[in-house]
Design a protein around this ligand. Sequence first.
Ligand code: ADP
Length: 183
Amino acid sequence: MKIVLIGPPGAGKGTQAKRLCKELGVPHLSTGEMLRQARQQGTEIGEKANEYIMSGKLAPDPLILKIVDDRLAEPDCQHGWIFDGFPRTVPQAEALDQTLEAQGDSLQAVLELLLDEEVIVERLASRSRGDDLPGIIHRRLEVYWNETAPLLDYYRAQGILKTVEADAPADEVYDQILSLIHS
Ligand code: ADP
């Protein structure tokens, strides 16, 4: 299973991706977590990424594509994965398609987690991550609508986009996801 989860910050991508990965026995690939880990380890990529994370902007595509390529080359990724927070721009999606195509492979499904902006802001306000401050949240939402939302049309055109009502309680969201990926 090769699946992508797309949704605004606070949509529950991480929570749902982790549970689904456990069930399917595939790795959870969160580019946000990879960047935060790189930052903790004090690597060059981590330091560079921190500036973007803390300003609510996207890290540059080449930097993201490098960490993604490195991660996909690891043995545990050969039989599937779930991406959470990647791709986030059309060039990132095109790069992922090219990588998969070169392997004679393709994505099974792209799940869009859809929810109201009010709920997003409420959820993020109750988290305690360094980039969940009101100003940064606002910027990340803007970036989502401008740079990531166009991906929905990109995948809709491929016929693999499925929409999940993410306002519901986590268990219900998870049930929706399971039935969509098995349909
Ligand atoms: P959320 O979806 O809640 O905003 P993430 O952990 O996915 O959280 O991302 C946190 C930050 O990491 C983003 O605001 C961005 O700066 C950076 N980031 C993560 N994934 C990507 C990506 N695919 N492309 C560019 N920047 C990214």
